[in-house]
Design a protein around this ligand. Structure first.
Ligand code: ARG
Ligand code: ASP
Length: 711
């Protein structure tokens, strides 16, 4: 590394240390938490930095896992018992469900270890350690190099470092992640366990209570949890599923506090937030607020209307599209809250003012012209990004075209020895046709492609598309043809495919549709967006340091923490209500009373199990009621969280578990871009409602024997 880079990094380090953030904003690196611990303690935390993260001693980090592809889970017993959200374990619960055993509808409780259900493809990862490796990763890099050269060096050095770090094998897995746009690099070393079994899940009428109606909303009453158990070999090491495996013995597990929560209590969330963009230039935010989010919302409204209409008409279709609908609706609803939040915060204007002052300050120095360069790149990028957004939210959502392409891929493997594989094809076909309803896909094609036609400028449409549309005369006629003549509309035809059918599959209208757009995207769009995003990356690297260098000496109260990137983080705050609108104040906790107020057998999202009604009528709450005599259900707090934090432990001042994170309030969903401490709240499940449900609904209170309660 050159002297100059070294100096830059040293400056960065001093800028980061001891810099006080605005209240409760921030997702902090566990290994650097000593820099925040005084603030945490001042806000009520009673443990030390070493209790949170230590490489020598067992610490809380050893009780937290990355669950599956994008959730968090935590250990709650010395025998590998793990808690996460219902929506995080959803696909596993669904996989084990059938008409005879509908675990989604009825819930599932293993009454012994033998009854716990293995899950192919599910793994959890513990963070062994994390480490600043900036010097090693940039070894060989000099500032006169191009970004391409830098990327190549980073890649090469990362590969070597990862190989070295994981050479012991034994489930070790490592990644190198760029922080602050590549001003810093960290190595994350994980140990991954692949035998993870389902232990319990409440019925969806509890675990998904409120459904998409209540999603992203407060007040909330969702019992969003499920339980798993990690298994290991006899030496406690990772091992693929085997009936000889034994429950994993964690270095650390959470003790559970049933004392309850009060407004003002300190809370701390330990988990894997996925993605935030807190340091964007105003033009990046403006594009999201004015263009990208509104268009994506509209396109999804169109698709959801079609799904909802058909789902309301048929029980079968309702089930087929329940998970698809939930996925489409989740981001759709979030983006609406996000746009409102950005508008209300006047984020674009605030950022413009900041940038103007910054530019003035930067004149003649290292950061001169940085904000203008960002604006210029955004101007060039925007039409390409718009074309990409439309492509992803229209063409790529056509189910039959996606399926056609997945079958086509079986014919066009690079390796010429691979011939078409019937078994693989029938596997794909089985899972596709089970949940596919042609009228929805066809109407959706017509609707989104009409939007595409209307809103995407001609120079950003592939020639193939223009020719086809001219040939058919209308999107409707095109849809009519595709959904009649494609062989993929007929499961029997798909089932009879053989290696000789390559030509037929490749020239099928659904395959051609997908493939032609794909080729165009790879040729005309992706190279440009890749190049411009790389340029952005490069300038943001300076702008990031520039923002720190500008803010700190002038005591501008701006929090600096690396954007979320699905690495382990600490967020801390306190339990607190909020005012979503003039004249309204939301209390910070909800109870079972609210479930009964929403209860309605005629509304799917609000139809609770009869058992819960009976319990409520007789107030048979066992030990799980609070001072008011009701069972607490959810609470909100000021912790800064995002997607991926689902399932994260909510921890109290003594390091004990008081809840399970699962969502955010709608008015605060702009927190991925701008955090408002007045409005942004995470939503957690009160641990007492989890215990109540295990006990009174699941009658699986034998699980309590392995847990540790602090009072
Ligand atoms: N909004 C939460 C998150 O982003 C929960 C999503 C699952 N629930 C649902 N009703 N779609 O993951
Ligand atoms: N529901 C999100 C998740 O699944 C959490 C959030 O976005 O607040 O991770």
């Amino acid at each position: 590394m050159t002297k100059k880079t070294k100096l830059k990094l040293a400056v960065l380090a001093t800028l980061l240390i001891g810099w006080n953030a605005k209240a409760d904003e921030g997702m902090w690196l566990p290994s650097l938490i000593a820099q925040r611990i005084a603030d945490m303690q001042e806000k009520g935390f009673r443990l030390d930095a070493e209790d949170i993260y230590s490489i020598n001693e067992a610490s809380l980090k050893d009780a937290v896992v990355l669950f599956g592809r994008g959730c968090t889970g935590e250990l709650i017993s010395p025998e590998g018992l793990l808690l996460t959200n219902h929506h995080c374990g959803y696909s596993q619960i669904q996989q084990h469900s059938s008409v005879e055993h509908d675990y989604l509808r009825d819930g599932f409780w293993a009454m012994s270890r033998e009854e716990e259900l293995p899950n192919k493809g599910l793994s959890v990862s513990f963070l062994e350690r994390m480490e600043d490796v900036t010097d090693l990763i940039l070894n060989g890099y000099t500032p006169d190099m191009t970004e391409d050269e830098r990327v190549a060096i980073v890649k090469k050095n990362s590969k070597a470092l990862i190989a070295e770090a994981t050479k012991e094998g034994n489930g070790l897995r490592a990644t190198v992640e760029a922080l602050y746009y590549g001003n810093q690099y960290f190595l994350f070393l994980y140990r991954q366990y692949d035998d993870v079994r389902l232990v319990g899940a409440p019925p969806s009428s509890i675990g998904k209570f409120g459904g998409d109606t209540d999603n992203w909303m407060w007040p909330r009453h969702t019992g969003d949890f499920s339980m798993f158990r990690i298994y290991a070999d006899k030496d406690n090491n990772p091992a693929p599923y085997s009936k000889d495996n034994v429950p994993y013995r964690p270095k650390k597990y959470f003790h559970i506090s049933t004392k309850g929560v009060q407004e003002g209590d300190f809370t701390f969330i330990y988990g894997f937030p996925g993605r935030t963009q807190e340091y964007l230039h105003s033009e990046g935010v403006r594009y999201i607020e004015e263009t990208s989010d509104p268009h994506k919302i509209h396109l999804r409204t169109v698709r959801l209307d079609i799904m909802n209409r058909h789902q309301a008409e048929s029980q079968k279709v309702r089930i087929q599209y329940s998970s698809k609908n939930a996925n489409v609706a989740n981001a759709w609803k979030k983006w609406q809250g996000e746009v409102k939040g950005i508008k209300k915060m006047k984020t674009v204007q605030t950022k413009q003012e900041f940038e103007a002052a910054f530019a003035k300050w930067a004149k003649g120095g290292e950061f001169d012209g940085v904000t203008d360069r960002l604006a210029a790149i955004y101007a060039e990028l925007e039409p390409y990004q718009f074309a990409t957004d439309y492509y992803t939210e229209t063409v790529r959502t056509i189910e039959i075209a996606n399926f056609a392409m997945s079958i086509a891929r079986l014919f066009i493997q690079e390796d010429s020895l691979v011939t078409f594989d019937n078994a693989k094809a029938s596997e794909l076909a089985e899972s596709f046709y089970k949940d596919w309803y042609l009228p929805i896909d066809k109407e959706s094609f017509t609707a989104v492609m009409n939007e595409y036609e209307k809103n995407v400028p001609a120079e950003f449409k592939p020639a193939y598309y223009k020719e086809k549309l001219a040939e058919y005369g209308s999107v409707e006629a095109w849809a009519e043809d595709m959904f009649t003549s494609s062989l993929f509309t007929d499961p029997a035809k798909t089932a009879s495919l053989s290696p000789a059918d390559k030509e037929r599959v490749m020239s099928d209208p659904a395959t051609v549709f997908f493939n032609e757009f794909l080729k165009w995207y790879y040729a005309d769009i992706l190279p440009v967006t890749t190049r411009l995003n790389q340029e952005l990356q490069l300038v943001y690297r300076d702008y990031m340091r520039g923002q720190m260098a500008y803010c700190r000496p002038q005591r501008i109260p701006k929090a600096f923490y690396p954007d979320a990137n699905l690495t382990l983080r600490v967020a801390y705050g306190h339990i607190k209500g909020y005012s979503p609108a003039d004249g309204t104040y939301y209390l910070p906790s909800s109870t079972i009373k609210g479930i009964m107020e929403k209860d309605n057998p005629d509304i799917f999202d609000y139809n609770i199990p009869q058992r819960l009604r009976d319990i409520y009528a007789t107030k048979d709450y066992g030990r799980w009621s609070d001072a008011s005599g009701e069972v607490p259900v959810c609470f909100i707090a000021t912790n800064h969280t995002t997607g991926g934090n689902s399932g994260s432990p909510v921890i109290n001042a003594d390091g004990d578990l008081i809840g399970l994170n699962f969502d955010r309030v709608w008015e605060g969903t702009m927190s991925d871009i701008v955090f408002d401490p007045e409005i942004c709240r995470n939503i957690a499940l009160d641990i007492r409602y989890v215990l109540f449900t295990i006990d009174k609904i699941g009658e699986a209170d034998y699980l309590f024997d392995e847990m540790t309660f602090t009072e």
